[in-house]
Write a protein that binds this ligand. Structure first.
Ligand SMILES: NC(=O)c1ccc[n+]([C@@H]2O[C@H](COP(=O)([O-])OP(=O)(O)OC[C@H]3O[C@@H](n4cnc5c(N)ncnc54)[C@H](OP(=O)(O)O)[C@@H]3O)[C@@H](O)[C@H]2O)c1
Length: 290
């Protein structure tokens, strides 16, 4: 992504030469690493496996295999001014969450002691089901154990003066789970489709995380969402229109969702107050180019 697109002036970037570690150089982490490199940070990325690190050897920054659940491996990484925890649990359950998010966060915080730490969390910690707007001040009391582990990782980060970024459903090039579901005929309008969905395009999530890595930005919790919640029905109707396909059938709530069944609208006002603006203020701008 062009740095100017993300609202950063590369030439005047005050963080040029500062050392950033992106722990978890996957779908989102790699986008942040590329953007940070383009804006003048000295970037290093981590993957868990050697194979993933090898696949990124063509990047203009170092990518190393290092499992952040291993304290000694993290301690050996050296000095970084800022650290982004952007590693994903894949399809793991509570035990994987605990190791990756709680222990991994503790190892990065205590082993590297960066001036700035940003944790990539999730808006799934808001368990609200009444369709209300939620801000960073709203109760975040997840029902699932995985959600409670994310909250406790956030607490570690906040106690250390860092940032907890709560991301809405991530989508972008080559990965849009809701669109894939729709195109594969697996989508269902749950109880008529009135449930709100909150999304964030990868390019916008990356620019938000980069902004939050700036130590001049006040620490704390930030929602990272496009600010245009849509109902399931609105989303699938737009897909149906765009691809010339029928609306999905109605069905019951999917209560098997890993991060719980919620119905809420996530506010991004606090992030926007920092001057951040999404390139994709709703999914419609992204869909237009699909
Ligand atoms: N997808 C969403 O809708 C969504 C929503 C909210 C928040 N998030 C959060 O966003 C973050 C990034 O997600 P993503 O979709 O970009 O993930 P991803 O594409 O699955 O990439 C995960 C990266 O983390 C690395 N990793 C996993 N375990 C690690 C470990 N123990 N030590 C070091 N690196 C490790 C992986 O390396 P290998 O390739 O070697 O395994 C990979 O590079 C995650 O924290 C996720 O929870 C995602």
């Amino acid at each position: 992504m062009n740095p100017a697109e993300a609202g950063f002036a590369c030439e005047s970037a005050p963080l040029r030469g500062c050392r950033l570690l992106v722990a978890g150089c996957g779908y989102l982490g790699l986008a942040v690493a590329r953007l940070a490199h383009a804006t003048g940070w000295e970037v290093a990325g981590l993957t868990r496996s050697a194979a993933s690190a090898r696949a990124l050897q063509g990047e203009p920054f170092r990518v190393l295999p290092c499992d952040i659940t291993e304290a000694s491996a993290v301690r050996a990484l050296g000095h970084f001014d800022a650290v982004l925890h952007c590693a994903s649990s894949g399809h793991g359950g509570a035990e994987v969450y605990r190791r990756l998010f709680e222990e991994g966060t503790r190892h990065l915080l205590e082993g590297l002691r960066p001036a700035r730490f940003v944790f990539t969390g999730s808006t799934s910690v808001y368990a609200q089901t009444d369709g209300a707007w939620v801000t960073e001040e709203s109760p975040a009391e997840p029902e699932r154990e995985t959600g409670r582990i994310l909250r406790s990782a956030e607490d570690l980060v906040l106690a250390a003066g860092g940032v907890a970024a709560r991301l809405a459903g991530l989508y972008g090039p080559d990965r849009w789970a809701l669109l894939r579901k729709f195109l594969e005929g697996r989508a269902v309008l749950e109880e008529g489709g009135e449930r709100f969905l909150n999304q964030i395009h990868r390019a916008d999530a990356a620019s938000a995380l980069l902004l939050l890595l700036d130590p001049a930005v006040p620490a704390g919790i930030y929602n990272v969402a496009d600010g245009t919640p849509v109902t399931q029905r609105e989303l699938y109707a737009a897909f149906a229109d765009h691809f010339g396909k029928p609306l999905p059938p109605a069905g019951p709530r999917d209560l098997s969702r890993k991060r719980g069944w919620t119905h809420k609208r996530v506010s991004n006002a606090k992030l926007c107050a920092l001057g951040w603006r999404p390139l994709y203020p709703s999914f419609r701008e992204a869909l237009a180019g699909w």
